[in-house]
Design a protein around this ligand. Structure first.
Ligand SMILES: [Zn+2]
Length: 302
C-alpha cells in the first residue's frame, strides 16, 4: 500500500514537472513567435557619399594653413608591406562640420555634440536656377514653403541642405568662391542661407543640421555672418561643402555627419553620407516578403 502511494506521489510529481516543462517551452515559443512577428521592415539601403576627398586641392577659407599630408613609411619590408602617413589640417576646410562653438561662446564644441544631433531625415532644397542667375542668392522662406507644398511638411529634427549646383565647381577655388581673387573674402560670390530662413527652420521645424554645397552657410558677400551666429546660438550644426547632392532624392533619405571627435574643437572634417531605402521586406516566422508600408529606420547609436 505504502509503495503504491509512494509511486502515485512520484508519478504525480513527474506529471507536474513535465507539465511545468511543457508550459515553459510553450511560453518560450510564444515569446519567440511574437518577436519574429514584430521584426518587420527589414530593408536594404543604398549609401551615398556626400564628401569631397581630402587632398592638396582641399579648399580652406583664406588664412587657414593648407592640407598637410606626408608619407612616414611606404614600402615593402622583409616580410610585409607597410604604409603610414602624417596628416595635419585646419578644422574648417573641404566637407566639414561647424560645431555651435564656432560662433557662440559656451555652445557645444565638437566632442560635446550629442550623437543623435548628427543624423536626421535629409531635406534637399534645390535653388540651382536661382543661384545660376544670382551667385549671391540666399535661400528664402518661400523656397522652403515651395518645397513643402510639393513634398509635405519638413519632418522635425531634419537636416536641411541647400543644393545650389556649386558642388560641381569643387575643387576649383576661383569657381567655388566666385572670384578671381580667392584670397580676398570681400570679393566672394556664392550662395547660401538667409539667416531669417534658418531662424524659421529652427523655430518651426526644429532642425538639427543646416547644410550647403558652398564653403559657408553665410553667402559670399556676408561680413557679419548672421547665419553662422543664429545656427550656433541655437545649437544647430552647420555642414559646408556638401558633395554629390544630385544623387539624393529631395526627401526620403537619411543623412549622417560622422565628424572627427576632436576635444574642444570648433568643428572638423566629416564623412557625410546618406542612406536611401532600396527595398522593403516584411519578415515573419514563416519567411520574408515584399511589404508595402514604409516605416522609419531606427539606428541605435551607442
Ligand atoms: Zn566651417
Amino acid at each position: 500500500m505504502c509503495e503504491e502511494v509512494a509511486e502515485d506521489v512520484v508519478l504525480s510529481m513527474m506529471d507536474k514537472r513535465s507539465l511545468y516543462q511543457r508550459l515553459t517551452t510553450s511560453i518560450f515559443a510564444l515569446v519567440i513567435s511574437l518577436l519574429l512577428c514584430c521584426v518587420t521592415d527589414v530593408r536594404t539601403f543604398k549609401v551615398v557619399d556626400l564628401t569631397h576627398e581630402l587632398s592638396d586641392t582641399t579648399i580652406y577659407w583664406p588664412g587657414n594653413p593648407q592640407y598637410n599630408f606626408s608619407i612616414l613609411a611606404r614600402g615593402q619590408g622583409s616580410s610585409f608591406w607597410y604604409e603610414s602617413n602624417y596628416v595635419a589640417q585646419a578644422e574648417h576646410g573641404g566637407t566639414h562640420v561647424d560645431a555651435p562653438a564656432h560662433f557662440y561662446e559656451g555652445a557645444w564644441r565638437t566632442h560635446q555634440i550629442p550623437m543623435e544631433r548628427l543624423t536626421g531625415p535629409a531635406v534637399i532644397i534645390d535653388v540651382k536656377e536661382k543661384a545660376r542667375s544670382n551667385p549671391d542668392y540666399r535661400v528664402q522662406v518661400s523656397d522652403v514653403e515651395d518645397w513643402e507644398s510639393v513634398n509635405g511638411r519638413i519632418p522635425d529634427n531634419a537636416v536641411v541642405v541647400m543644393n545650389s549646383g556649386w558642388g560641381y565647381k569643387y575643387p576649383n577655388k576661383t569657381a567655388v568662391f566666385g572670384t578671381s581673387t580667392p584670397e580676398v573674402p570681400s570679393t566672394f560670390h556664392f550662395p547660401a542661407w538667409h539667416h531669417d530662413t534658418v531662424m524659421w527652420l529652427i523655430n518651426k521645424r526644429f532642425v538639427y543640421m543646416i547644410g550647403v554645397d558652398t564653403p559657408s552657410t553665410d553667402y559670399g558677400q556676408s561680413t557679419e555672418f548672421p547665419t553662422h551666429v543664429v545656427l550656433a546660438k541655437y545649437n544647430v550644426i552647420g555642414l559646408e561643402n556638401v558633395a554629390n547632392l544630385d544623387r539624393l532624392p529631395v526627401s526620403g533619405s537619411r543623412l549622417f555627419a560622422a565628424v572627427i571627435k576632436t576635444k574642444d574643437g570648433s568643428g572638423g572634417p566629416a564623412r557625410l553620407f546618406a542612406t536611401i531605402s532600396t527595398e522593403e521586406r516584411e519578415c515573419t516566422a514563416t519567411g520574408c516578403r515584399q511589404g508595402s508600408n514604409l516605416s522609419v529606420l531606427t539606428l541605435v547609436i551607442d
